[in-house]
Each structure stands twice: as structure tokens, then as C-alpha cells.
Design a protein around this ligand. Sequence first.
Ligand code: GLY
Length: 353
Amino acid sequence: MTKRNVIICQDLEQDLTRVLQELRWDRLFLLTDETTHRLCQPLISGFSCMKGAHEIIIGAGDAHKELDTLAHVWMELSTHGASRHSLMVNLGGGMVTDLGGFAASTFKRGIPYINIPTTLLSMVDAAVGGKTGINFNGLKNEIGAFAPAQAVLLETEFLRTLDADNFFSGYAEMLKHGLISTKETLYELLAYDTDHIDYVQLKDMVRQSVEVKEHIVEIDPKEQGIRKALNLGHTFGHAFESWALKQQAPVLHGYAVAWGLICELYLSVVKLGFPKEVMRQVGQFVKENYGAFYFTCKEYPHLYELMKHDKKNTSGIINFTLLNNIGEIQLDQTADQETIYEVFDFYRECMGL
Ligand code: GLY
């Protein structure tokens, strides 16, 4: 993925037409889910550049990010004459771009694809950076490949119809990008009026946020080093997300990341002297906008166990990305059980639990 592949759209039709003209392909496929088929596909179906595209519609939601859905996409490609020179356009949130990217990158050993993300989370994270895949054996993104899109078209007009929960879910990844980049980026995010969304300012903040990710992915596309910075908040966050799922009370990914950020900033304070005031400001923002993930000390061993099985670990040692300060990243940090339990205590106190 190179910078020129991510396009902040001024006019989706013009930008998509240009991208489709630049690429060589024989047949065009459009992947949507039931939601984006209803809400977003009508916006692009009239574009003359999409004329003749065969639409493949899959079920919406993470439950459909699995092998049967993938097989269905392969089958549609196969029975509708896709060749190695066909092109797929993925129109949707992270589920569609992850699964569609993986379907494309494996069909006939790989056909090119384009992402048009429609949620904030997919615009600033999932659709950018070439990670594709599906859930398998109860594990998220267990099967997948690094396979960058030919282009990612960011049309922030789609965000006007996004519900508040999905807005904040994506916003958590933007906060993370703020924390790993600059004070200015972070403070603009913390000061942004989320009650009265200014879409012009949001578009610019999305651009800045994506640039943070693109810059890191350009240096380290396969997460050998600095790309691990993007895991800030995710070690605790994934444990919260998995535990919520086990309790049959799933939470949105970004909410789990927001709660995880509080934990990992506290760990950064304890281990690396991260400024307490910045942690307090981020904690306040998260508490006000995300509420709290509720757990008691009885859940500590379960959460700790989930963290020990995180796929980012090596040899069972829990791996964190932490910060010395805003933008000062420390990779491959660890913490023992006692410290992690202390973080849980802090989180509960901070959230008033
Ligand atoms: N979502 C983190 C990454 O793309 O590396």
C-alpha cells in the first residue's frame, strides 16, 4: 500500500471512474452486505463506471465473516466468469473489506480489489493497510493474508448516516492514532464537538488519521516492527471484547479499544512515566463518550487468561505497545500478573465501578 492508493474523495463518481480507468480488468464485481446493499449501493449503482458490475451480497455483521460466506463469494466469482484479470470493489464496513479483500486475494491466486469503506472504523483502520481475513474456530481474524487494495476511496459523506455507536467505535481508533502521533492531532480529537458533528472538520481529521496509519504501514507492511504501534489499546481491548462475546453481550471493537487505551495509558504511566494529565484527559473523554465496561475482581483471572492467549504474544508473554509520551512509542513491552491486576483496579476506579 502506497500513499497514492488512499484517495480522499472530492467526488466519489469521478474518483472511482478515474481509478477504474487506470486499472486493467475484464469483469467488475461489487461486494456489499445487506446493509450497504440497501443504504450505499444505490448511491453508486447509477455511476456509468459501475455499469455491468455483478453485485455479490453477503449477510451483515461479524457473524458472517466466516468460511461459508467466503465460499459463497468465491462461488459467485467462479460462476459469473471472474478471471484472474477481474476486479472486485468492496463497499462496506470492516467485515466487507476484510472478507472481500481475502476472497479477492485468494481467488485464482489473487485478483485486484478496491475498497470503498462506509464506516468510520473501516475508513481509518480496517480498509487501509492490507490486512484481510475471516474469523475461524471462534477466533477473530484467524485466517487471512496481507494483501493491499489497489486503491482505497474514502468518501466521508457516508458518515452522515452512521449511528452514534459506530461513530464512536471508529473514533477510538482515531484517538489511538492521535496518541501515537502528535499532541496537535490528539488535542483536536479530544476537543472535537461530538454532539454537533462538523463533517468538514471530520473529513480533515479522517485524512490526518489515515495518514498516521499509512505512514506506519509503508515502513512496516507486515508488522515486523513499528506497525505494532497500531496495537496500542488492543491487548486489554481484545480481552474485553472476547470476554463480552463469551458473556453473549458483544461490544463494538472500538469501544473495547477505548477502554483498552485507558488501561494501556495507565501501564505507560507506571512503567514509562507517560504524563498523568494526558491519561486523565483521555480517560475523561472515554468515560463521557463510551461509558464503562463492567467487571469485578472475580473476572480478573478470566481477562488475564484471554490476554495470555492474544495472538500478538510470543512464547506466552503478554505483549504491549506503550508510550513514553504522545508519539513516543515503545514496542514489545511486558507486564506481570500483579501489574496487570493493578491496571484492572485502576480502570475500575477511574470508571467509578
Ligand atoms: N488494525 C491494526 C493494523 O492494521 O495493523
